[in-house]
Design a protein around this ligand. Structure first.
Ligand SMILES: NC(=O)c1ccc[n+]([C@@H]2O[C@H](COP(=O)([O-])OP(=O)(O)OC[C@H]3O[C@@H](n4cnc5c(N)ncnc54)[C@H](OP(=O)(O)O)[C@@H]3O)[C@@H](O)[C@H]2O)c1
Length: 240
């Protein structure tokens, strides 16, 4: 049980990659705390996890909600930042600066403030994993907004790996992964996007939340890895 006695908070643990990470880490013996804004989604997620898991309602854009959770938790060994709910998609010429501002406020400032509030309760030599995104590792037209947000997260994480040492700070950069994040898309458009990506990716398929969960577990577990950026994207940065 690699994670026995370890307390791990996963913000964004009620869906997609965060939920898959919670399932994997609970199986590995961790005491997992999954967080998100909706108690109903957290309850549904908890029902899908075998092992020690508790839920916390947190909106990571709200410092007071993070502070309340930190007080409840008291101590943590690891923090996984896997949430986002605003993305600035689309061609540059048609993407208003406000869309980028919302996305930065949500994901970049959300990660920033979540780590800042949890830092005092994180084990000194524990670790943090942040999820960025493959758009920041390629030059894909129509994704400049995604690239800006996720590129900023990667650079921030590398500086923090040095500034906050011996706390380890690492990043997983996921490629296209079928999660509830795409539930709002028309089914045909979604299938077209995933089929097209699978055809072009060296891996011959798009990703699963389980692919990303395995990478998160590796980075949490490996005490000699910090400031790392792990691309788990089927080779997207070489093909798209
Ligand atoms: N899916 C992809 O293809 C893909 C590709 C590249 C990068 N990524 C990145 O990978 C990460 C995980 O993506 P995913 O597809 O697994 O997402 P997802 O399925 O949409 O799940 C997002 C999770 O974040 C939570 N969340 C959203 N806003 C929140 C907030 N303000 N405060 C706290 N929790 C919040 C959601 O719960 P509530 O809604 O209940 O709050 C949910 O648990 C994200 O950072 C995303 O940008 C995804």
């Amino acid at each position: 049980m690699a994670f026995a006695q370890q307390r791990i908070l996963i913000i964004g643990g009620s869906n997609g990659m965060g939920l898959a990470a919670a399932q994997r880490l609970a199986r590995a013996g961790a005491e997992v705390f999954i967080a998100g804004r909706s108690q109903a989604r957290l309850d549904a997620a908890r029902a899908q996890i075998d092992g020690r898991v508790a839920t916390l309602v947190i909106d990571f854009t709200d410092a007071a909600s993070l502070a309340g959770a930190a007080a409840q938790l008291g101590r943590l060994d690891h923090l996984v930042l896997a949430a986002s709910s605003e993305a600035a998609w689309g061609p540059f010429a048609q993407t208003p600066a406000d869309a980028l501002r919302r996305a930065l406020d949500n994901k970049l400032l959300g990660y920033w403030q979540a780590l800042q509030v949890m830092l005092p309760i994180l084990r000194r030599d524990g670790s943090v994993v942040m999820l960025s995104g493959a758009a920041s590792r390629t030059a894909m037209p129509g994704t400049a907004g995604l690239a800006a947000v996720n590129g900023a997260i990667t650079q921030m994480a590398q500086t923090l790996a040095k500034e906050l040492a011996p706390l380890r700070v690492n990043v997983v950069s996921p490629g296209l992964v079928d999660t509830p994040a795409y539930d709002g898309m028309p089914a045909d458009a979604k299938r077209g996007m995933f089929d097209n990506a699978a055809r072009h990716l060296p891996a011959g398929r798009t990703g699963t939340s389980a692919d990303i969960a395995a990478a998160i577990e590796y980075l949490l577990d490996n005490g000699f890895t910090t400031g790392a950026l792990l691309d788990v994207d089927g080779g997207a940065r070489m093909s798209l």
